[in-house]
Design a protein around this ligand. Structure first.
Ligand code: MN
Length: 702
């Protein structure tokens, strides 16, 4: 393991002095923080972060990533807070370390295997900065390289997780070299015997094959020279895990796999790739159906190459990959290749994300040129810049939701009933507002209550169609039952003044009227009345068949109980409260709106029995009613606290407060207070009057 000095020297090949010194500082900070801690191998703990930084330096990662690598276990293992890192090393590095810690804390082991893919996505979604993933991958790589010192069970757990989560992530990011190493190390830890057997077989086969490999290589090189093409011919072997998968998945014998000879030809430019292809197809006969042009149509992770299989001498199959040096670099390092060759770019906090984006953009453009399906965009773009959030249910199931989703969306995604009866939520075990947008990696728990109902206000913040549809549907049902009950009361009111009642009506007559109105059941008619679409007065006369007769017009007012629900609302213009003389205005489709008897807005229709109905407050009316007060008072310090204190002392509740300064001396305060009724309001006002400097209190009316 090289020392920090040797490491720093190495960094000077691509970082400047100041940056290298920052990396050094991070190292010494970590050394101190981990002081006394040892790795399982007995080495000082700090050798691990240093090794992780080394892996990242191989990819020419920037100094901030290297600093984060040095510090990556500090939050998790030494109890130093993110804020401390923020002060010491700046926000970017602190964020990176925090991101890596969060990934480390995510516990994959307890979750179902089938969810591995979701986990990959979740990990990606959690990392706002792609460097978090790269540091985490390097961390995992070093842990895999030093896995042997761990106990069998722990070793297998980490290996499994590596195969299921980290190798696929490396693959998605096009980091072939890292993926191969993850797979071989993971396989070795999971199945040491199988791995060793294949390894030994490969070693043996290598000896036997040597002669043929050399011959083919020679003839390929010769062929290129003859055609005047420049290219490097490399023999290549399948990696151990790859062989294993082929044996299992395709049920092939080891010999069958090893009978294939594989080569790679790396050339200078794309044009040469195709010319080399022509040359080798001329040299040996190609196997039909095996040619693949991943240059024109790249793989989902941006991999580009030409693949072909040839019949060599004596019918030996030869697999050939042809690609440019740049493609080779991309194939090995994927997203990290951008750091390798463009590391002298101006350093900006956004720079790295821009670079990741650039990579995605590059891959995207390749795909578009190829006219490929958009499926690929799903797999790459979404992973890096997710439009989804991934959250856990309390039992550890992962739910995928669109970005911006709230706990209510989550509740409906779990089950419609959970959504309909939800009243609160806990995010990561803490109570949180239902409207809060969820973040990837959070655990969400819904608190529900039997009989609870959806709140119309939810429609303002839910983002999923499912939640929206179900809330609307539930509200509609609720509205219907409330409309029916209000309609029934309105109709009975009128019927009573004719000395009749719904129960006393002649059924045939009721059917006839329903037919006239093209309605099937009495509930439909009552709903229509409740919603204000039909007047109870007119309907009552039809039901009693009393066309000619004039109404005695002795109907008393209808009592409002405050429990009518969605079909009854209180006018915003005059904010009536129990005790006020009131009148009901029926507006089609909206139900009844309660106004003050004296409200100017209903002045003209006040006495039209088809539009307005006389109301009274029931004795047992319930609820909180908002009323707006306008208070003029002398300006003084702590004025709002004083007002709040007085309202509170009278059991009132301030819903809203705003203040205008008149002339430095006098202030006008608009106060929306919720009260039970007029008596209660009087108590509130009395308390307010008692305040020093209060000159005038009026109830505001639009
Ligand atoms: Mn670590």
């Amino acid at each position: 393991m090289p020392s920090i000095d040797a490491f720093a020297d190495r960094l000077l090949s691509y970082l400047d002095n100041d940056q290298v010194n920052l990396v050094r500082r991070a190292y010494f900070y970590a050394e101190q923080a981990h002081d006394g801690q040892r790795r399982r191998s007995g080495e000082a703990y700090v050798t691990h972060p240093l090794a992780v930084a080394n892996i990242l330096a191989d990819m020419h990662m920037d100094h901030q990533s290297l600093m984060a690598a040095m510090l990556h276990d500090v939050i998790e293992d030494t109890g130093i807070a993110k804020e401390a890192l923020n002060t010491q090393f700046g926000e970017t590095v602190a964020e990176l370390v925090d991101g890596v810690s969060k990934l480390t804390q995510m516990n994959f082991e307890t979750k179902a295997e089938a969810q591995a893919e979701n986990f990959q996505k979740m990990a990606m979604a959690m990392a706002r900065d792609i460097r978090v993933i790269l540091v985490k991958l390097a961390d995992r790589l070093h842990n895999m390289r030093t896995l042997e010192v761990l106990s069998g069970e722990k070793r297998r757990r980490i290996a499994k997780e590596t195969l299921e989560i980290y190798a696929p992530i490396a693959n998605r990011l096009g980091m072939h070299s890292m993926r191969i190493e993850f797979e071989d190390l993971g396989f070795k830890a999971m199945y040491p015997m199988r791995s060793e057997r294949i390894r030994a077989a490969v070693r043996r086969a290598r000896g036997n094959r040597k002669e043929i490999v050399n011959k083919i290589e020679e003839s390929l090189t010769h062929c290129l020279t003859r055609e005047g093409l420049e290219g490097e011919v490399l023999g290549r072997e399948k990696h151990i895990y790859g062989i294993y998968q082929k044996m299992r998945g395709k049920r092939k014998a080891f010999n069958e796999i090893m009978d294939v000879y594989a080569f790679r030809i790396v050339v200078d430019k794309v044009d040469t790739c195709y010319r080399v292809l022509g040359a080798v197809h001329n040299l040996y006969k190609p196997l039909p159906g095996r040619f693949k042009d991943y240059i024109a149509i790249p793989k989902a992770n941006g991999y580009q190459s030409l693949h072909t299989t040839l019949f060599g001498m004596h019918g030996v199959p030869i697999e050939i990959q042809i690609r440019t040096r740049e493609m080779e670099e991309m194939a090995n390092n994927g997203i990290a290749a951008h750091w390798l060759y463009k590391s002298n770019e101006v350093d900006q906090p956004k720079g790295t994300h821009a670079r990741a984006r650039q990579w995605v953009k590059g891959v995207l453009e390749m795909q578009q040129r190829a006219g490929n399906s958009l499926e690929f965009i799903e797999s790459v773009k979404i992973d890096l810049f997710p439009d989804e959030v991934y959250v856990f249910t309390p039992k550890g199931r992962i739910m995928e939701l669109p970005k911006g989703s709230t706990a209510v969306d989550f509740a409906y995604a779990v089950h419609t009933d959970v959504g309909n009866t939800c009243i609160a939520c806990r995010i990561n075990r803490r109570l949180a507002p239902l409207s809060q947008a969820l973040e990837s990696g959070s655990t969400v728990e819904i608190v529900s209550a039997p009989g609870a109902r959806p709140n119309p206000a939810w429609l303002n913040f839910v983002v999923t169609g499912k939640a929206r549809t179900h809330i609307r549907h539930a509200l509609k049902l609720q509205r219907r039952s409330e409309s029916i009950s209000l309609g029934e009361r309105l109709l009975n009111k009128v019927l009573t003044s004719f000395n009749s009642h719904l129960d006393k009506l002649v059924p045939e007559r009721v059917q006839a009227v329903l037919g006239e109105y093209r309605q099937e059941v009495i509930e439909d008619l009552l709903e229509d009345i409740g919603l204000g679409n039909r007047m109870a007065y007119v309907v009552a006369r039809r039901l009693l068949a009393s066309d000619g007769e004039q109404l005695p017009c002795a109907e008393g007012p209808l009592a409002i109980r405050g429990t009518e629900g969605l079909v009854l609302s209180y006018a915003k213009c005059c904010t009536p409260i129990p005790g006020d003389p009131i009148v009901g205005h029926l507006s089609a489709g909206k139900g009844m709106v309660v106004h003050l008897d004296s409200c100017r807005n209903i002045g003209e229709i006040r006495h039209n029995p088809e539009k307005c109905i006389q109301l009274s407050w029931a004795k047992d009316v319930v609820g909180e009613f908002n009323v707006e007060l306008r208070i003029e008072l002398e300006h003084q310090r702590g004025l709002i606290a004083l007002l709040a204190g007085s309202v509170n002392a009278a059991d009132g509740n301030i819903e809203k407060i705003s203040m205008d300064e008149r002339d430095g001396r006098i202030s006008v305060v608009q106060l929306v207070v919720s009260v039970h009724d007029r008596v209660h309001l009087a108590r509130v006002i009395k308390k307010l009057r008692a305040l020093k400097g209060v000159m005038r209190i009026t109830r505001a009316r639009a």
